[in-house]
Write a new protein. Sequence first.
Length: 402
Amino acid sequence: MSVTESLRTALGAIATNRLRSVLTMLGVIIGVGSVITMIGIAEGSKRQAMEQLDALGRNLILVFPQRSFGGVAQASDEAQSLRQSDVELIRRAVPTAANVSGEVRLRAQVKYGNRNERTMVTGGEPEIQYIRNIKLKEGRFFTAAENEAADKVCVLGYDIYDRLFEGGSALGATIRLNNQDFQVIGVAAFKGGQGFMNPDDAVFVPIRTSLGRLQRRDTLSGIAVRAVDSSTMAYTLQQVQSTLARVRRSASGEELFRAFNQGELIETAEGQARVFGLLLAGIAGVSLVVGGIGIMNIMLVSVKERTREVGLRKAVGATQDAILSQFLLESIVLCLLGGLIGIAVGVGGVKLIAGFIGVPPVVVASGVVLAFGFAALVGIVFGLYPAYLASKLQPIEALREE
């Protein structure tokens, strides 16, 4: 019997028992769909994390003040450990620092007309636009001259602009920040950030304006540095740390700052996404194995039910290989059909769950191939034993079977 005839016989057996075939494929459908969905959700979560990190800035190195209590370092804006002089020192001493800016952050009330919102105000130098990768929807960023003069001008993040102006024109408007009038000179493009340092929910002002008019202090919330390119980030971080360590140490020798680069955050996010994806794929893989066990059980029942058929075919000349290939192909076809349906279920599952939890829906091609290939493997592995039993049946004993 040729492979084509074996395949035709297998398809006929599947078509004859439609309900049982669908129930048999159910485990494979769930398994394949789960693998595709879980890998897609993990990849979507990873991409979202990368986009959020990119929204904070590119090739970014951040320095935060910290102080120590009982040997335990604690980050604090009140640590009194970073000043504008440190920004100038980094500019002079670190040649791979393309841009450097001090940052001052505070929560503030912002008012326009009858609208009153609470948001983050970030004071920085004009270079903060490039460090934080701020693109403008309209208007311009503040200049070095406006920073030197401590002018009361500002650039609105997209979310706070939308809440205050509801999509209308903001350029030239006067808003109140902590009961002081500021002129809007620009609106940032939407970034899609989240959390405490969400650039969309922020108002950017010159750092001298923030230090002299809004807070009246001489210490910084942090220092932001943009490396020349990604290949110099590790070196730039080391140079920033060694430069600041010379001037920012406590009496006991402890560093009064903490510095880290964006690459560390990216590596952490990628590592977490990788572990998360493997865990989810492993759980989904168990579903495929369970589905394979179900297929083996059904195939064993099928062999039992069709014993007389096998005996009759052997009596008229069918070989062991023909019987083996017939039942094995039936198992493989069931798994492949289940795999195809599972792919459709998985793609739909990715879109549904991603929309529900708020991550980008990503269908990973390698995940689809992996799941489908594993489904075919399940068909071979779990169909081989029933097919082997069928091929070993003796014609006389099989024909006697009731």
